[in-house]
Design a protein around this ligand. Structure first.
Ligand SMILES: Cc1cc2nc3c(=O)[nH]c(=O)nc-3n(C[C@H](O)[C@H](O)[C@H](O)COP(=O)(O)OP(=O)(O)OC[C@H]3O[C@@H](n4cnc5c(N)ncnc54)[C@H](O)[C@@H]3O)c2cc1C
Length: 330
């Protein structure tokens, strides 16, 4: 483990699409910045089969898009250091100390692009068929499932909204929920009830996901009667929550009820001065690659301006203190 503390102007936490876009802008604008990544650069792109909604690229494997983003950021001089960020301390003077498993870094500005992960059901077949019929994102993958029956698993707003969205493509959408009432807003439930392509399977859990090379069926169990059944589907969309990686800072940062950071829309700054957030950690309408890189662009430019301002204020304060000392006020 390195013991030396390195100092930068901007530390970017996570090298998914948002972090790599921040690294690209920071490198190209000659910022004194660094990215810290605990795994392989690319984030959720590394779990994504095909991306068809990134402007300018008709169709690309998630892994190839990640490699291209990494290559571009490195070509402009972005520095990526390995390590998991375990804690961020904020000092009174605004300097942030970022502790990682590989050493300590310091900077006045931090951009958190640590993303998050969809909550999993943890049932047999879920991992095996991920990207082959099991999906956690309707906007991303819905278009791959035209004229086939789909299942949506979950009972919150995301399940109902994404289920309705999937009816654009699917021949039928069965929403499977383990309770007999939805947690989702009544309006969304009413809309789904009116949709002729949607049916509901309540009080029921999915015990396993089956198929050959792609998803073909779900094994269901009714929680009241214990009755078991099989549902034939071409895909299973799981919406049982998303866990944002927003537990790193040692002080309160304003967040929404699901734990996502609330940011200033103009700068992407959180409620803590000098801490910015971009991508899937941020409270917003949707979580996409395009929104992640857009947020990161804004956050990096705003962080750079913030650091300049912070430095100027420090110099002014130091100059004022020096004047006071000369005049005997201190
Ligand atoms: C299966 C799947 C398919 C998808 N398909 C599409 C699609 O087709 N189109 C689309 O637009 N979107 C798609 N998405 C959504 C898209 O991938 C995300 O919106 C996007 O990756 C968010 O980027 P991000 O950089 O904010 O976060 P992430 O991609 O989650 O990257 C965060 C990075 O931070 C790192 N990290 C986390 N914690 C730490 C820590 N403590 N220390 C250091 N590093 C850390 C992680 O290892 C990761 O590399 C898909 C998502 C999934 C799961």
């Amino acid at each position: 483990m390195a013991t030396e503390t390195r100092t930068f102007d901007i530390i970017i936490i996570g090298a998914g699409p948002a972090g790599l876009a921040a690294g690209l802008y920071a490198g190209r604008n000659m910022e004194n910045a660094v990215l810290v990544e605990s795994k392989a650069p690319g984030g959720q792109l590394l779990n994504t089969e095909l991306v068809e909604d990134y402007p300018g690229i008709k169709s690309i494997l998630g892994g190839d898009l990640a490699a291209a983003m990494l290559d571009q950021a490195l070509s402009f001089g972005a520095e990526i250091v390995p390590g998991e960020v375990t804690r961020i301390h904020v000092a009174k003077d605004g300097v942030k100390t970022v502790e990682t498993t590989e050493g300590t870094l310091r900077a006045p500005a931090v951009i958190i692009t640590a993303g998050g992960n969809p909550r999993k059901l943890g049932i047999p077949g879920e991992e095996e068929f991920a990207g082959r019929g099991v999906s956690y994102c309707a906007v991303c993958d819905g278009a791959f499932f035209r004229d086939v029956p789909l299942a949506v698993i979950g009972g919150g707003d995301a399940a109902l909204e994404e289920g309705a969205f999937l009816t654009r493509y699917a021949s039928r959408v069965s929403i499977i929920h383990r309770r007999d009432q939805f947690r989702a807003q009544g309006l969304l439930v009413d809309e789904a009830r009116r949709n002729p392509k949607v049916d509901f399977i309540m009080d029921t859990v999915v015990d396993s996901i089956g198929g050959n090379d792609k998803v073909q069926s779900l094994a269901l169990r009714n929680l009241s009667s214990g009755e078991q059944s099989t549902l034939d589907v071409g895909g299973a969309f799981i919406f049982v929550g998303f866990i944002p990686n927003t537990e790193l800072v040692d002080m309160h940062i304003d967040h929404d009820k699901s734990g996502y950071y609330i940011t200033d829309p103009f700068t992407m700054m959180t409620s803590v001065p000098g801490i910015f957030a971009a991508g899937d950690v941020r409270s917003q309408l949707t979580r996409q690659i395009t929104t992640a890189v857009g947020d990161a662009t804004t956050a990096t430019i705003a962080a750079s301006k913030w650091v300049e301002e912070w430095r100027r204020n420090r110099q002014d304060t130091a100059a004022m203190l020096a004047d006071d000392m000369i005049s005997g006020a201190v």
